[in-house]
Design a protein around this ligand. Sequence first.
Ligand SMILES: *Cc1c(COP(=O)(O)O)cnc(C)c1O
Length: 388
Amino acid sequence: MAGAAHALLAAVEAVLPPQRPLPLHEPTFSARERAYVVDCVETGWVSSVGAYVDRFERELAEICGVKRAIAVVNGTAALHVCLLLSGVRPGDEVIAPSFTFVATANAIAYCGALPHFVDIDAERLALSPTALAARLDAVAERRGGSVVNRETGRPIRAVVVMHAFGHPADIDGLRDVCDVWGLPLVEDAAESLGSSQDGRPLGGDGLCAALSFNGNKVVTTGGGGAVLSNDVGLAARAKHLTTTARVADGWNFVHDEVGYNYRMPNLNAALGCAQLEALPGFLLAKRALARRYADAIDGLSGVGFIAEPAGCQSNYWLCAARFDDRGERDRFLALSNEAGLMTRPPWRPMHQLPMFETCAKGDLSQTVRAAETVVNLPSTPGLAGEVA
Ligand SMILES: *Cc1c(COP(=O)(O)O)cnc(C)c1O
């Protein structure tokens, strides 16, 4: 096991170009982004409505194989809206992974609800159907029309799955468990645009899904997000909630509930339209990079490349390796960053953050293990050669 850190560093150095420092993930732009953004500025359509927003929503829905996409200001806002659409109310619990970016848990808190953490499976690094079923069997019971955590007395209102680093969760397994309990499944697909399972793009298997177009994601709008749903009525409700709940009434300002100013500006959508045209090329380039990492890392001892699960296509948003030993992982982080290669550990698990440490939770041993042994590698699309 000794030496895995040095071995991985040599393998990674052999794959990557010599440029240092080398960031973890950078946006890739062409003349198209510039042209679309300039078009907004020249026509004056920069703000909350415009043709690029409509086009971006249409194209996203098509790429993700869903009926509707609603563009919003960021992925966290998209998650917030997904939870509201799922009926999450103050005092509820929402089952979520602890192995995730803080936005997943924060969005639950924005609803006045509490996350209830369930473990991931070691292979996919996403919410485990087995752990979910076991946890519900251990603490949940049906009362009236609700599922209630009998230890806290709070209703469990929804389940959120996050497709970590772009690798698809076991969505069929999770949906089966959710169906047994009658719980809505929300997909935090912030990292997984372009990933698919059995040929189905992610984002259409639950009640609704959230995407992110932050600057470090596969496709960026500067900042942005989207809500996806196959339920047209639910999508209309998402549009209403994210546009200040304004009712059509000529020039009058009439609003029928507390809504949110969550809409994506046209300027950002213009950038997004250009990026969606580039997405197929980004995905090919990222697969090529993942292939090269896998070839360089497979065969090392004490560390392995994290590949897409069988039957799945990952977008390989962030390529990742896993060490057998935490000490070697930490040594690799230090060595690589000193050498100007930006590598990062996963997020500190949510149940270890001060604002969520008292939340309900099941056994989280795989979460803790992954947080201690996984490392993300530089993953910008062009690193293994030209982007088509
Ligand atoms: C990026 C991300 C989000 C949303 O992020 P925004 O910066 O608000 O767009 C949510 N969940 C996960 C897992 C993410 O990686």
